[in-house]
Design a protein around this ligand. Structure first.
Ligand SMILES: Cc1ncc(COP(=O)(O)O)c(C=O)c1O
Length: 385
């Protein structure tokens, strides 16, 4: 008997509950057609929304940066790890997001941890959408501030907390496009409420950066509300085809994060080649509007067809389209059958979504072809309807 035998019981329970998870090996670049476990699959699960992850210009920018700066920053940002591409990227993002300053983190997870555990203080309250991403929820649990959740369909509970005089400061934290439902926050109303009650609004643009707004700055730009949002968090590992994440806000926010956030101080800075890749991605996004157009056209088409075939796509209004199945076992069975046909659509279960709302989560890319979308539709109609 080894010391980890207790884990076996927990894993067996996961298997019995249909909640067991496994890693797969992807041995190609991330594109609609990818190689997994040695076979070709059409993937409907990557966040490579603009199909930029293996764009030749981005690859070339990263290679050039490796030639010049090497593969690693080799130190925390606070020691010797703040390199020229990092600083250039921060400058460009501050401009793009209409903020005084931007700070680069190793991942969106680290960025949310930093913002949410560092800025709010004891006596403050964090107000989270009930379905905010795990990186936001886990950070809120660690924060010295209290935290509560509200439902985005009815903001009266949020307003009740905002109106309370019990707290020093109130922070509203929302995603722009919700990662498991593909719907969007009511940003106009959140801005109205935050202004009425003097709250601070933090917007996680993980799934919208690059894909919305005239310059690809995201949902806040699309809604004409960039200046009204106090802090924007945006990961570079999705539409931008790189990795790392940006926090943009007032200069004092950056100063504070640099001095206090453990997720910046106690981790190695992202590889400089990643920042070079993200810089090039921003240029491509500025110059190639058709990528966004193709992405939105694909999502409008697939959602319409799924609805016509009477699938429940929930509240989706974006390129994240859930097909809600309900049962944990059934969703895994459908996903497995799709996989056997060369279609990779992940089964999402508890705890990522509420019990009884297990779903297939389809995420689309600009480079998906109509034939690929039709193949998925036909297979779904045959297997799941
Ligand atoms: C809304 C949201 N925020 C943050 C993250 C974390 O970003 P990263 O993958 O860069 O850690 C994700 C996804 O992973 C996300 O969906």
């Amino acid at each position: 008997m080894h010391n980890f035998s207790y884990l076996e019981e927990i894993l067996t329970n996961l298997k019995n509950d249909g909640l067991y998870r496994e890693l797969r090996e992807v041995s190609s670049a991330q594109s609609p057609l990818s190689t997994i476990n040695g076979k070709e699959y059409i993937i409907f699960c990557s966040n490579n929304y603009l199909s930029l992850a293996n764009h030749p210009r981005i690859i070339s920018a990263a290679k050039k940066a490796i030639d010049k700066y090497g593969c690693s920053a080799s130190a925390s940002r606070l020691i010797s790890g703040s390199m020229t591409p990092h600083l250039k990227l921060e400058g460009n993002f501050a401009k793009l997001l209409s903020k005084e300053a931007a700070t680069l983190f190793t991942s969106g997870w680290c960025a949310n941890q930093a913002v949410i555990t560092t800025l709010p203080q004891k006596g403050d309250i964090l107000l989270l959408d009930k379905y905010d991403h795990a990186s936001i929820v886990d950070a809120a649990k660690e924060s010295p501030a209290d935290f509560r959740t509200y439902r985005r369909e009815n903001l009266s509970k949020l307003e009740k907390y905002l109106a309370s005089s019990k707290y020093n400061r109130k922070f509203i934290v929302t995603e722009s496009i919700f990662s498991m439902d593909g719907d969007m926050a009511n940003l106009d109303e959140l801005v109205r409420l935050k202004e009425k009650y003097g709250a601070i609004l933090i917007l996680d643009e993980a799934h919208s950066l690059g894909c919305m707004g005239k310059d690809g700055a995201g949902f806040a730009q699309e809604r004409g509300l960039l200046e009204k949002v106090d802090i924007i968090v945006a990961t570079l590992g999705k539409a931008l085809g790189a990795s790392g994440a940006i926090v943009a806000g007032e200069a004092i926010v950056k100063e504070f994060l640099v001095n206090k956030s453990r997720g910046l101080i106690y981790t190695t800075a992202p590889p400089p080649s990643n920042s070079a890749a993200a810089l090039e991605a921003l240029e491509i996004i500025k110059g190639e509007n058709d990528r966004r157009e193709r992405l939105w056209k694909n999502s409008d088409y697939l959602r319409r067809k799924l609805k016509e075939a009477r699938f429940n796509v929930g509240k989706s209004s974006s390129y994240i389209i859930p097909v809600i199945i309900g049962d944990d076992f059934k969703v895994v069975e459908i996903a497995n059958r799709l996989f056997k046909r060369g279609l990779f659509v992940p089964a999402i279960r508890v705890p990522t979504v509420p019990r009884g709302e297990a779903r297939l989560r389809i995420s689309l890319q600009a480079d998906h072809t109509k034939a690929q979308l039709d193949m998925l539709l036909d297979a779904l109609v045959e297997i799941a309807n």
